[in-house]
Design a protein around this ligand. Sequence first.
Ligand code: ARG
Length: 250
Amino acid sequence: MKHFKIVSLLLAVVMTAALLGACAGTTTEKDVLTMGTNAAFPPYEFVDENNNVAGIDAEIAAAVAEKLGMKLEIKDMAFDSLITAVSSGSVDVVLAGMTVTPEREESVNFSESYATGIQVVIVKEDSPIATIDDLAGKKIGVQTGTTGDIYCADDYGEDAIARYDNGALAVAALQNGQVDCVVIDNEPAKAFVAANEGLKILDTEYITENYAAAIAKDNTELLEKFNAALAELKEEGKLDEIIGKYIKAE
Ligand code: ARG
């Protein structure tokens, strides 16, 4: 009996210690800002030679986190899981060259915009497609769940669309002749065209849009803090500096 008491006492001590440890763990976890992204969208996000997620969004998020006294952690995932990831709380914020759309605004809050994007059309250099009007009846490659996907499906019909996990795969499909063109944001388009022989971007622009960070609807505290930090970065010229590092003025 005596032994049993000692064992119970020890157990109680161990459990209390574990509980305290867990609490301490939660406190430190609060100091981490987790960002979800899809790191196949240069120059906004890509995996660098050291296997880290780099790019404009990663740097903006790091600068915001620093202002909030937090450590940034990046989770790379499929683009079409990002909205769910942030609204369910598995990440705090999404920066993914993500366009503000009314549909997405039903699920998440967006920060102030930090950049603009333009949907453009990539074709082979010798393609008969010369303008947007030539897209009718053509096979269009897109990244699943992106605005390029949504707009093209609306404008040209489901059958016209071939969906890929990322822009690079859509561009590979264009090279292989599986699609006639790729609709994607202008900056990644430039990066993909630069990395691949024989491709060009059509002069005609499809749609202009705003990029912003997505935050869970119920996390208005983070939204306010994020916007305040972003405003400071804009004012300090830090935002332009980050963007200028990756996008050279033409
Ligand atoms: N701007 C487009 C959208 O919001 C494409 C973004 C794709 N981003 C990415 N990290 N893959 O739908």
